[in-house]
Design a binder for this molecule. Structure first.
Ligand code: FES
Length: 251
């Protein structure tokens, strides 16, 4: 049974065949695609970043033997299955419009002007099917066509910019770049500013933290390491918003 991403293999782990660039390898069935490729000797110099499903560097396309269906996943998250035929697509070429965020008019027409290809969308939904994060790509493209930047920003929030949507697009849209622009416009111009952020910036500007930073800069490596190890930490399973440190002088 697959047990996830483990560097130390469980005793008795079975091996299964996978195909990388058309060549057959036997790998422990417990590994992610990334770990399995490393297990058989591949070294990731590119196409690997966070190993945590966040950076979007490891998109993978695969078919399972006997299936017509093309499948998509992140190599660092997807556990191998028998007879997967794999291809890594660490980068996909897609048009990225030049702009300066500070100079943009925060309306949908701005996005339409920078990415006129958005109207080449034929609503085939291949983009959504290709997304390893479960983002409804077609819905956010449709929202933008209709002028709803806020909806597009929310719908695309989990995008990790891997580019698999663009790789499957019949209209040759760079969906992930378009969504990034929508989120940037939403964040800078439309969404209400966060009060706690304003508060913290004001504190920094009032030099509240200067003395603490100077103390830290004067410490030795060993002292810093000790301080780091002994720091107060939020328990892993603390319900959100329920934990407060005992030392609140810098909150
Ligand atoms: S390595 Fe970052 S998402 Fe896979």
């Amino acid at each position: 049974m697959a047990t996830g991403d483990r560097a130390i293999l469980p005793e008795g782990a079975r091996t299964i065949p996978i195909f990388v660039m058309g060549k057959r390898y036997e790998v422990p069935e417990t590994l992610t695609i990334m770990k399995a490729m490393e297990y058989v000797g591949f070294k990731f110099l590119r196409g690997c970043g966070c190993r945590g499903g966040i950076c979007g560097a490891c998109p993978t396309v695969y078919r399972k033997e006997g299936e017509y269906k093309l499948r998509f996943g992140l190599a660092c998250q997807t556990v191998v299955e028998p007879n997967m035929y794999l291809a890594q697509i660490p980068f996909y070429p897609a048009n990225r419009a030049p702009y300066r965020l500070d100079e943009l008019n925060p309306v949908a027409e701005t996005i339409h002007a920078l990415y006129p290809e958005i109207f080449r969308c034929v609503a085939c939904n291949n983009c959504t099917k290709a997304c390893p994060m479960g983002v409804n790509v077609l819905d956010y493209i449709s929202a933008l066509k209709q002028g709803d930047i806020e909806r597009a920003a929310h719908l695309s929030f989990d995008c990790i910019q891997c580019g698999l949507c663009a790789s499957r697009c019949m209209g040759e849209l760079p969906q992930y770049h378009i969504a990034q622009l929508a989120r940037r416009i939403f964040g800078k111009y439309i969404q209400a500013g966060a009060e706690h952020l304003k508060h913290r910036v004001a504190e920094i500007e009032s030099r509240k933290y200067d003395a603490m930073l100077q103390d830290l800069q004067a410490m030795s490596h060993a002292e810093l390491e000790k301080l780091y190890k002994e720091r107060e930490r939020e328990p892993d399973l603390a319900p959100p918003g329920t934990w407060r440190p005992q030392d609140t002088q810098y909150l």
